[in-house]
Write a new protein. Structure first.
Length: 117
């Protein structure tokens, strides 16, 4: 019975979601493994430049963390991007064809576009 409830929950989540949500959840594992150490480097670039030995621990620690949490964060970011696209704050061209902050391929870079008037 629990398996049936889980199947219904997961299938309804997929059927009722937008394309960025599904893509974020499915691609979260490999993209999380890539983006987690990259995001750590982006936010601590000066420390990495001053102490190059930090690259090894960054990769050894953040790749497994990114792979484990990437699908969840990809799902959350996908929902956020679908909402932004539905409200006109973002378009799918930026979501799927770039590697900017709004890209679905960067699950650890969470942001919310402000409405430009």
């Amino acid at each position: 019975m629990k398996k049936l409830a889980l199947f219904i929950l997961l299938s309804s989540a997929v059927l009722l979601s937008g394309c960025a949500t599904v893509t974020g959840a499915v691609s979260g594992l490999p993209m999380g493994a890539i983006d987690a150490p990259a995001e750590t480097y982006r936010h601590n670039q000066e420390a990495f430049d001053n102490h190059p030995i930090l690259h090894g621990p960054n990769v050894l620690v953040m790749v497994p963390v990114g792979a484990a949490t990437g699908p969840v964060l990809g799902l959350v970011k996908g929902i956020s991007l679908d909402v932004q696209c539905a409200t006109g704050r973002q378009n799918y061209r930026n979501v799927f064809r770039t590697y900017d902050e709004a890209s679905i391929w960067r699950p650890f870079t969470l942001q919310w576009e402000t409405l430009r008037r």
